[in-house]
Design a protein around this ligand. Sequence first.
Ligand code: BGC
Length: 765
Amino acid sequence: MKHHLRKTTLIYGAALLFSGCLSEKKDNLMIGTKSETISEKITQLLSKMTIEEKVGQMNQYNGFWDVTGPAPKGGNAKTKYEHLKKGWVGSMLNVRGTENVREVQRIAVQETRLGIPLIIGFDVIHGYKTLSPIPLAEAASWDLKAIENSARVAATEASAAGINWTFAPMVDISRDARWGRVMEGAGEDPYLGSKVAQARVKGFQGDDLSKPNTIAACAKHFAAYGFSEAGKEYNTVDIGTSTLHNMVLPPFKAAVNADVKTLMNSFNELNGVPVTGSSYLQRDILKGKWNFNGFVVSDWASINELISWGRAKDKKEAAEIAATAGSDMDMEGYVYVEELAKLVKDGVVKEEILDDAVRRILRVKFELGLFDDPFKYCDPANEKENIGNQKHHEAVLDVAKKSIVLLKNEDNLLPLKKEGQKIALIGPLANDKNSPLGSWRLASDDNTAVSVYEGMQKYDKNSLTFEKGIDLVVGDVAFTQPVKINTSLNVSEINKAIQTAKNADVVVMVLGEHGFQSGEARSRTTLDLPGLQQELLEKVYAVNKNIVLVLNNGRPLAIEWAAEHIPTIVEAWQLGSQSGNAIAQVLYGDYNPSGKLPMTFPRNVGQVPIYYNYKNTGRPNQEPHVFWSHYIDSENTPLFPFGHGLSYTTFEYNDFKINGSNFSKNDSIKVSVKVTNTGTYEGKEVVQLYIRDLVASVTRPVRELKGFELINLAPGTSKVVEFTLTKDELGFYNNNGDFIVETGDFEIFIGGSSATTLKETFSIK
Ligand code: BGC
C-alpha cells in the first residue's frame, strides 16, 4: 500500500512537471508545422544543456538483468543509477515491463535537472512474448502484408511492456549460411530485402509514431555485417564497391525511405575500417547523400572494439573516432560517458558534433511523444490486456503457415489424409516446445511453442504415434551459452523409432537445428543435420521410404542426401509460438503451402557463398576440357534455388508480353504474364520477375529480382499479372556509388523461381 501511494504521488509530480511541456506545445503549434515545432523545441532544450548532459543523451545503458552481449565486469548497477540521476543517460536497453520502465523513466524525468525522458530499447526481433516466425522464415512468405502485420503485433506487445524502440529489422543481406545471423534477416536478395525492410519498419512504426502502440524501428547493422569473411561471426568484411552499393546498401536505403527512425552500426570492419568509426558510411552516405535525420546507435560496446580492431589506441581515441564518424549513441560501452565531455572541452571533438547527435536523439523522443507523456507506455492494464493476447496468436499463426516452403513433394505424400493413414511422427524436434521459438526471444517463456506433435494431434489422435528416436541436445540450452549437441546413441530409443516407422503408412520426421544453433555468435562450419539426425534419417529410410521430412532450422542446410532420397521435404524453419499448428495445417492440407526460399540452399558447404544473382565469369560454360568456372567434386547448381517453393497445386505461365522491344531510359516498360492454376487445389503463387543487363560498364548479375506479386488462384482459373519496370529497376550503382541507367540489351525472366526459363528480351536505346 505504501509503495502504491509513493508511486501515485510520483506520477502526479510527473504530470505537473509535464503540464509545462503541454502548454509549450500548444503555443508552438500555433507558430508552425509539427516538424518546425519539434526543431524549435530541440533548439530551446539544447541551449539549456551542459556538455555532460549532451553526452548523457548519447549514452545508452543496459538494464540490470537481460544481457545481450558480454556483460561489463563488476557491479555497474550503482554507477548506472547515479548516472541516471545526473541526466547522463539518454536511453536504456533491456529494461522491460511497465513497472520497471516506469521506475527508470521516473528517475529520468523527475530526478534529473532537465527531466528529459529516456528512450527504451529492446530486441523485439520476431515478437515480444507471442512469437512470430524468425525473420528469415517470414521473408519466405513473400507476403508483405503478413510481414507488416507481424511487426505490428510485435510492436503492440512490446509497447504495452514499456518499450518504445526495437532493434529491428535486421536488413543485412547475406549469402553465407554459415553465418548464424542469417535467421534474423530477409536472406540474400537486395530487392526482396528492401521490400521486407519497408514492411517491417511500417509495421513497427505504424502511421503515427506518437501513438502508444507504435515504436521506433532500427535498421541494422550498418553495414555489410552479413558479408563476414567465411561466415565467421564478428569478422572482417572485404567487399568491393559494386557489392557494397548494389547488394548491401539498398535495404538500408529502403528503410530510410520508409522513415526508419534509427540505424545501428555493426561489429565488422569494412575494407579496413571498423564501421563504428566509418565517416564514409555514417556521414557521407547515410546522413549526407540519404539525408537521414534519425540517429545511429552503436552495437553493443562496438565503440570500445575500435581498440581491439587496432583502429584506436584507447577509449579516448575510440570516443573521438566514433563520435566524429557519426555514431550518435554508445550502447553499453561507457566510452562516451567517460571520455567525450573532456574531448569537447579540450577542443578535440567539436561541440557541434554533440549538438548534431543530441538533436537527432531528441527528435525521435519528441516524435514518440515522450515529452508529452513519458509514461505513455507504462499502463499495467494495457500490458495485461495485450501481452500474449489471443488475437496476436492468430496473427502469428497466419504468418507462420505462410512462411512454410514445400521443397519437394515427389509422390504426393502430402497433404496427409485426415483419416485412414497410420502416421509415425519421429525426430528429436517433433515434440519440442522450445526450439521452434528460435533465437532472440528474451521476453517469451521457454517451452511455450505448440510442438508439431501437439499440432498434429488436433487432426488425428488415434493413428498418430510419436517416437523421438534421439535427443538433439544435451542439457539446458540458453541464449548466452553454446548449445551442446548429443552424439551418443541410445539403442533402445532408436529401435523404438525404427519399429514405429516400419508399421506406419507414412513417416513424418522433424529434424533440423535447435533454435539456439542459429542467431548471433552461432556460426557453423558445416550445414548438415547436426548430431545423430542423418543417421536416424537413413535408418528410418531403410525400413520405410514414405517419409515427409519437416525441417526446423534457422539457415539453409546442405541436405543433399535427403534431397535425393526423401520424397517429400517441407522447410518449416523456426516458426514461433504457433509453430506446430502452422505445420499441421500445411501437412494435412488445410493450408496450401505458398512460401518461396529467400536464400539459396547449397548442395554442400563448399559451395558457400552461393547465391542466384552471381556474375557470369569469363568462363561460364562447360567445355570439353577442365578450364571453366566450376568444382571438380560438385555441381555448380544449388540444391534448391532462391525463389523456389512448391504448392499442392500447379501453375502454368503463358502469354508473356512486353509493350515493345525498344525503349528509352525514362520509359515505363509494361510486362505481363498469364498465370493459370492447372491443378486441383486452390493455391497461392509468388510470380517473380528477374532481369539481366547483358552488357554494362560494371558487370551485372546473371539474374536480378526486380518485381514479384503474390496471387491466389482457384483451380482452373487464371490471372494476368502486370509489372512496370522503370529506371529504378533497370539501373545500378557504378563504382563511384552513383545510380546510372545504361543503354543496351536486357533479358527478362518470369516464373515461380529464380531458375525459371521463360524469357523475353528488350533494349534500352
Ligand atoms: C547485437 C545487436 C543487438 C544488441 C542489443 C548485439 O550483440 O549485435 O543486434 O541489437 O546486441 O541486444
